[in-house]
Design a protein around this ligand. Structure first.
Ligand code: TXA
Ligand code: MG
Length: 369
């Protein structure tokens, strides 16, 4: 088989206590960096999700990312750097607004879309004139980039279309035998991907909600718009002629094997839960295996379901964000036919959670009145 490789599994314990300075001497980091310099593809943890990294300055190396993931080539990759010194290899001009954002949010879950430099290969940017750049807030990621001495193009390390990986186990499930290795730094912290912000326009536009919220951005740089395409249901994006600013928006994303339905919470949690329970009864009667993604206060409500997973407290959306992809993957492992996921508020990080859920559900939403 063309893709069959011996995928290395490098475990680095207690990465939270490790600083970049210490990790740049770690033998696993050196071995992984050597693979990167040889043009191979290596997965590594970031604070958001696991990334799948390769030399962003080499077309040949980045091609390996698209092959391993099965990713459509018109979906550009984010370039990861470990210090602002590396910016000059990726972009030619950094204006005051970009500097302000970098000072406020880097390292951290903010991807800034800027005009690209000649050095960034065209596969990374899918022939766009812009490039998305971020500095991850994870010591393993930064040590790897530092030791490789290269900016790394890295999408999330899942098979294209699947839920993003928040642990090395998720990465191996999807990519074992297809990549050179994965650095295992434990579970990621934020759990959903970075916010993608396009600042090539007069008023910056959020192309993907993520770890940095709209309010946090507004506090630092004033008005920030949200791409109108984000409020459309995903089903409206499926046409191949549609060319959104962020090309990734048109594809199926984050989707579990089971049919996922998001149930809206706008008319209250008890109405939502009564509705889900009634549906479970009906689908069980037809012989389907049904799973529910809920929160701690709802875990006892769904006695008829085959699998019930709590994503944490409803009051703590950060924990929900951290667990959401693992929850979807556990549903797959249990081979449920149908998944009902309770809806969440779109405040703060909730905007990113609901964006991912709606995409994972392919726009399947139950309105509960
Ligand atoms: O948190 C993250 O951002 C993770 C970790 C690994 O850093 N990476 C990630 O990459 O989520 P990926 O490839 O799964 O998603 C990148 C998103 C896509 O929606 C893509 O279309 C958009 O960023 N993007 C990348 N470059 C772009 C550009 N030049 N213009 C507009 N959108 C861009
Ligand atoms: Mg992704």
């Amino acid at each position: 088989m063309k893709h069959q490789k011996q995928t290395k599994h490098w475990v680095i314990h207690g990465t939270g206590d490790n600083c970049v300075d210490k990790l740049i001497r770690h033998p696993h980091i050196h071995e992984a960096a050597k693979y990167i310099r040889q043009g191979e593809v290596v997965s590594f943890p970031t604070e958001t999700v696991y990334g799948l990294g390769a030399n962003a300055l080499s077309d040949e190396a980045t091609k390996g990312i698209f092959e391993a993931k099965g990713r459509p080539s018109d979906n550009p990759l984010i370039v990861h750097i470990s210090s602002v010194d590396q910016l000059s290899r990726v972009v030619d001009n950094v204006d005051d607004r970009a500097r302000t954002l970098m000072n406020a949010f880097w390292p951290g879950p903010l991807t800034i879309v800027l005009e690209k430099s000649e050095q960034v290969c065209s596969l990374v940017t899918a022939d766009l004139s812009t490039v998305g750049v971020r500095m991850p807030d994870h010591p393993v990621a930064r040590a790897l980039i530092e030791v490789a001495g290269l900016p790394l193009a890295a999408p999330s390390a899942n098979r294209s279309g699947k839920p993003s990986p928040t642990s090395a186990g998720h990465v191996l499930h999807d990519l074992d035998g297809r990549i050179a290795g994965v650095i295992d730094g434990g579970e990621t912290g934020v759990g959903v991907e970075s916010t993608v912000l396009d600042i090539t326009q007069d008023i910056p536009v959020i192309l993907r909600p993520g770890g940095v919220t709209q309010r946090e951005l507004t506090e630092v740089i004033g008005q920030v718009n949200v791409d109108p395409a984000l409020s459309m249901s995903t089903t409206e994006h499926v046409s191949h002629d549609f060319k959104p600013i962020s090309p990734g928006m048109k594809y199926k994303h984050y989707a579990p094997e089971g049919e996922l339905w998001v149930v809206d919470n706008r008319n209250g949690t008890s109405k939502m839960r009564a509705y889900i329970k009634q549906n479970i009864t009906e689908f069980k009667r037809e012989g389907s295996r049904v799973g529910v993604l809920t929160t701690d206060d709802g875990e006892q409500d769904y006695t008829e379901a085959d699998l019930v997973i709590s994503l944490g407290s409803r009051e703590d959306l950060h924990t929900v964000a951290r667990r959401i992809y693992d929850g979807l993957r556990q549903m797959d492992a249990a081979h449920v036919d149908l998944i009902f996921c309770e809806g969440f508020s779109t405040d703060g990080i909730g905007a990113a959670i609901m964006n991912r859920l709606l995409k994972a559900a392919g726009g399947r939403v139950h309105d509960v009145r």
